[in-house]
Design a protein around this ligand. Structure first.
Ligand code: CO
Length: 432
């Protein structure tokens, strides 16, 4: 909570800086105004009890503000009267002589302002993400069907982003609900009767987009305390990756830093001590508009990739820890798919495949989607058509990624922006 509130305060300062004369010292009175202004309605205002006393005071001069419900049903646009969404966690660049002065460089500040709309879309998606995951953390309980968990999360996502056409805003990729030795790319298909159990370790990977600007952020839930060191290892490793990331930083150096932190942990499970290993063939990635993976990969072990991060790039920094092999293979029934953006005009004889492809292009474009999202659109008996599209290479399939049977894996992930002036961890919240 403190982090979110602090960052909101920083937004106020920045807004003052941008909209008033830059470089002029802010009068104290403005700060006071900003605090009680409409932009002051961050996540906390909509959803948290802590904001209550402040609110009472404000009621005298302001109309009652809309409040988020539980489960979330209110478009967060209604909670931010001016439609300016709070910045994430900000930090200055610390690597490279010429990057140290970016926060005050006029040219960089100009470049930053030019992308204000993109950033605001991404911040709306991030605010939606914080809202949906707060709900997910209280809603997800042992004994629930994975099917219900996934639908609850995606319905909340659609609601808080305004119930728009799926290509305009909403679900950015299928909700990952991978359990135990499955590290990623599992979400239930229709008919899946899997029930979450008390002993499970669940990765909740939620994607939300606004105008194609995707927030990709994940956390891990375990109901048993014995898994805490595993979760802590991965959380610390991801935060290390975030800390190391920056303009001109080499990807291999980020991987090495992550590996060192992750592998300094061990976890005792049922009397046996396990080193926590990085899952070496999983990694972070850069993100572009409507493209969840857009060319660069951020390793989570040391390697020899000297490619650098660059100004203006968006990255998902994610790490995976495991008590197993630290290596995953594709296995099991597929639920995740995405349009192959490089497929030209694919000749298709099957009419059902043609029409399914048209539906996919219209509703998802190049955003990943699941069979469940096709069900939600009212599609039925599409499996033959879908498999045809996969064989024709118009659609890529992404089967579940499994480490060794019986092991446990955890994941934490944030979306960051390498702004011209500073690094912004857009999906940062009071929770992780
Ligand atoms: Co990701």
């Amino acid at each position: 909570m403190t982090q979110a509130e602090e960052s909101v305060a920083k937004v106020q300062e920045k807004l003052q800086n941008v909209t008033l004369e830059p470089k002029v010292e802010e009068p104290k009175a403005d700060e006071v105004d900003a605090e009680s202004g409409d932009e002051g309605a961050p996540a906390a205002e909509g959803t948290e009890g802590a904001a209550a006393p402040k609110k009472k005071k404000k009621n005298k001069k302001k109309k009652k503000k809309a409040k988020q419900t539980d489960p979330p049903t209110i478009d967060i646009a209604k909670l931010f009267a001016n439609k300016i969404y709070p910045e994430g966690e900000l930090s200055d660049y610390v690597y490279g002589e010429e990057n140290l002065k970016r926060s005050t460089d006029e040219e960089k500040r100009y470049l930053d302002r030019q992308r204000a709309d993109d950033y605001n879309d991404l911040r709306k998606a991030a605010e939606a993400h914080r809202t949906v995951r707060r709900y997910a953390k209280s809603m997800i309980q042992p004994g629930m069907l994975m099917w219900d968990i996934a639908n609850n999360i995606e319905n909340a996502t659609r609601a808080v982003t305004g119930n728009l056409h799926p290509h305009e805003a909403g679900v950015g990729f299928p909700t990952g609900l991978s359990i135990n030795h499955c590290a990623a790319h599992y979400t239930p298909n229709k008919g899946d009767k899997t029930v979450l159990s008390q002993e499970d370790v669940l990765k909740v990977d939620i994607g939300i987009h606004v105008n194609g600007r995707i927030v990709d952020s994940a956390f891990t839930i375990a109901f048993e305390e014995k898994y805490d060191p595993l979760l802590e290892a991965v959380r610390a490793a991801t935060n290390t990756g975030i800390k190391e990331a920056g303009i001109d930083v080499r990807l291999c150096d980020i991987g090495a830093a992550i590996e060192e932190v992750m592998e300094s942990y061990e976890v005792e499970l049922n009397g046996q001590l396990h080193p926590v290993k990085c899952i070496r063939n999983l990694n972070g990635h850069n993100i572009d508009r409507y493209r969840i993976h857009s060319g660069k990969t951020v390793p989570i072990v040391k390697n020899d990739d000297e490619t650098k991060m660059e100004e203006g790039e968006f990255f998902a920094i994610e790490t995976f820890g495991s008590t197993g092999n630290g290596y995953v293979i594709e296995e099991g029934e597929c639920s995740h798919y995405a349009r192959n953006p490089d497929a030209g005009n694919v000749p298709l004889r099957l009419n059902s495949a043609k029409s399914l492809l048209a539906t996919i292009d219209k509703n998802f474009g190049t955003l990943p989607f699941s069979r469940r999202q096709l069900d939600w659109l009212g599609e039925d008996k599409y499996l033959l058509a879908l498999n045809t599209l996969v064989r024709a290479d118009a659609i890529h399939d992404y089967p579940p990624l499994l480490d060794k049977e019986g092991c446990y894996t955890a994941q934490y992930e944030h979306t960051i922006v390498l702004r011209p002036t500073c690094k912004e961890v857009v999906s940062r919240g009071d929770d992780y």
